[in-house]
Design a protein around this ligand. Structure first.
Ligand SMILES: [Zn+2]
Length: 312
């Protein structure tokens, strides 16, 4: 097999690092929008690992994880190739939005189509040009209005997925079915395993989630034989399913637990009160489990998701 590594017409020789730009679209102002892809090739052959972030433009921790791996010089492999895409959804990033200007969620637009709307075109670019040159990947996400405790989401019944998730060693591994239109599902159809990392919340940097993401990437690279650096493994809990505990009333929410906490059935985990202190509704957990996601904004409407509880 040829050892040539060519992306968008640019050859990256072994031992080289290059940034390759894909012209994905133009703004209405005629400004060209590039999708920058950073390639780091070791001299020695080995696996090709994708690390991507910013699929949802308002989810910033993954971007910071990749930036620090680059500036701290920890991204260069000793074997194989790292393909790093720090911001897949450039439009969403510019607009501080999860979505694209066509109103679409990029992670529900895969595999995309060349002549489709903006989301479909970007998804098509990723499927046609980036997925074929990698073997595995980690796609970095954050929670939205809810803050997620650092976790890997994957189909735990798939042996390779579970192996990659265990090697990454985030505090939790959450069993997560493949969703239609997601990058993860379309990649898996092509025989490529992409695991999803979730940590923190949108439009914020969460230092703990950033550090866990960096450590996990180095552990995964070490597991794949791509670096000699190592990071000690810590406790890792596999969650088979999860359920939301929702606001019983509209009002002001306060949590009695922290995210990551182990809770038990009937434990008082929070309350929702009216703003004047007349009425307070306690929230009890209906199950034993772990707080894997927690709402940050205290202003809630009845039925809003407050606690994501992971079940073992
Ligand atoms: Zn996301």
């Amino acid at each position: 097999m040829s050892d040539k590594f060519i992306i968008n017409g640019t050859e990256i020789k072994s031992g080289e690092n290059k940034i390759v730009n894909f012209n994905v679209a133009r703004l209405p102002s005629n400004t060209l929008i590039d999708l920058p892809v950073h390639i780091y090739r070791a001299k020695k052959k080995g696996p090709k690992l994708l690390i991507s972030a910013g699929m949802h433009g308002d989810e910033l921790n993954g971007l910071e994880i990749i930036r620090r791996l680059i500036v701290e010089n920890r991204i260069k492999p000793t074997r194989g190739t790292i393909v790093a895409v720090p911001i897949i959804n450039i439009y969403g990033f510019l607009l501080n939005s999860r979505y694209l200007p066509d109103g679409k969620d990029l992670n529900r637009s895969f595999p995309g189509i060349k002549s489709g709307s903006l989301a479909a075109r970007i998804a098509h670019t990723v499927m046609k040009n980036i997925l074929p040159i990698v073997d595995f990947g980690v796609d970095f996400h954050t929670g939205g209005a809810n803050k997620n405790y650092p976790q890997i989401r994957c189909d735990i019944n798939d042996e390779k997925n579970l192996e990659l998730a265990k090697a990454f060693n985030a505090p939790f591994i959450i069993n997560s079915n493949l969703r239609d239109g997601s990058f993860r599902k379309e990649a898996q159809k092509k025989g490529k395993r992409i695991i999803v990392y979730e940590g923190g919340e949108s439009l914020n940097f969460d230092e703990f989630s950033i550090r866990e993401g960096i450590k996990g990437t180095i552990r995964l690279m070490n597991h794949l034989g791509m670096t000699r650096r190592s990071v000690r493994k810590s406790k890792n809990i596999v969650i088979s399913s999860s359920s939301w505990s929702r606001a019983p009333k509209s009002g002001l929410f306060r949590s009695y637990v922290s995210y990551g906490d182990n809770i038990s059935m009937h434990q008082k985990i929070g309350s929702v009160s009216d703003p004047f202190g007349n009425e307070e509704n306690k929230i009890k957990s209906k199950t034993d489990g772990y707080i894997i996601g927690l709402r940050s904004n205290p202003i809630v409407n009845r039925g809003d998701a407050l606690f994501n509880i992971g079940l073992i």
